[in-house]
Each structure stands twice: as structure tokens, then as C-alpha cells.
Design a protein around this ligand. Sequence first.
Ligand SMILES: [Zn+2]
Length: 267
Amino acid sequence: MTGIVKDPRYFNHEMGVYHVESPARLKTIYRALEEDKQLTSKLKIISPRLAQMEEILWIHEKNYYYLLESTQARERVILDPDTSTNPSSFQTARLAVGGVLEAARAIMEEEITNAFALVRPPGHHAEKARAMGFCLFNNVAIAAEYLKRSYSVDRIVIFDWDVHHGNGTQNAFYNRDDVLYFSVHQYPHYPGTGHWSEIGQGPGQGLTINCPLQGGKGDADYLYALERLLSPIIDTYQPQFFLVSAGFDPHQADPLSSMLLTAPGFA
Ligand SMILES: [Zn+2]
């Protein structure tokens, strides 16, 4: 059975009425799920929890955690040109991390076989001590740490198909051999990282794999990259757990990038 992390508290974080990373993204999906009883009968709803400070500090610096915590007292704090907070953002970001952790736990406890975390804010641009590109805490990176620490999973793949390169996730594991980061993204594009020559360092050398693509690529191009590049890597690495940063912005209708993926292409 597939698990779905879903909670209306994810609507509480908002970065201004015109911001594209808005509660409406999740509201639309939640509504579609509620209308499709046949689909929801096959899903198990996973209730998120607030991630603990200790869990967040596996990836982030303490000063950064306190900075985000302090934003609760202010109407709006601008953290970077694209990223700001309202008084609920800190707790919502903790809940986003905790949602992914709960999904990972439920899979490891064999309550479900896989899961989709319908959470926000997103995380893959979040650096150790810096919010960036709509992201506050790096949900997927903290989940990888959680799997390693709580369940001794020692080979994890993070596949990041968001149209933007996940600089924060790449940096979190750049020197490590227990997490393989694979990203396919538009390049050159925001945030500027993700050149193919970024391959990891030290024990992590070869375990960061970037597949930068020029804009205008569609389903067949992505399929080619995954079959030729990702599949053989997975056959060799033999991951015990597979995490996906499932950004849907390579879709052809996304206004912020120029990829041409279709819904069947994602499927
Ligand atoms: Zn993106």
C-alpha cells in the first residue's frame, strides 16, 4: 500500500499572495484526492509530526535553526530574494521534515510499501545554514540521515528530478559514500550549480551524479537519461532505500522553466 503524507497545517506557511510556492499547490492536490474515492481507498494517510531540533541539526547548523525559530515572532522575515516566512513558517517547516520522517518510518516498519509526502515548504535548495529558493529545512537530506541513524540503512539513493538542481542536498552528502545523489535538471538555470563535473569528493567521489540538460527536453530525453545513466548506477550501487525529490516543475506547463515533460512522462 502507498502512504500519503497529508495535513492541512501545511497551508499555514505562506510567502505572500503572489508567490508561486503557495498553499494553493497542496490545496489543489488534496482536493483532487478527496474527489477520487477509488484512488484514496488504496492509500494510507500518514499523519506528520513535528521534527525535533536534534533531527534537524543532523543537517543544519544550530544558529540557523534558532534564526528560523525566531521568525515566529515576526509578521514577515525575508530570508533570501525568493524565500520569506510568516509566523507559522517555522512550525510548518518542522512538520514538513516530520512528514517525510514519518513516511520513511512507516516504510521501514512495513506499514506501507512506499509513500508520497504532499508537504511544503520544499527543501532541496536549503543549505546547512541558509534558506534558499523557497526552501527552509532540507526535508530529504534529514530523511536520509534518519534512515541511516534509526534503521542503519547504509546505501541510500536520492533521485532529484526537480527542474532545478538540489544544491543543498548535494552539499549535504558531497563527501560521503552512504548517500548517492543523482539529479537531472535544466542547466544553466537556477541555482547555477549541478554541472556534470560536480561528482563528489573524498569517500563521496563518484556518488554525486549530475545530469544537466538544456531546456526544451521532453519525456523521451528524460527516459533516455534515466535508462542510460540512472539504471546502471542503481544496478551497481544496490540502494536499500530510494528517496525522490519529486519536483513537478519540469512539466511543460510550468512557467519558471522550459522543460517539456508531460503527465504520462512523469508516470
Ligand atoms: Zn524546482
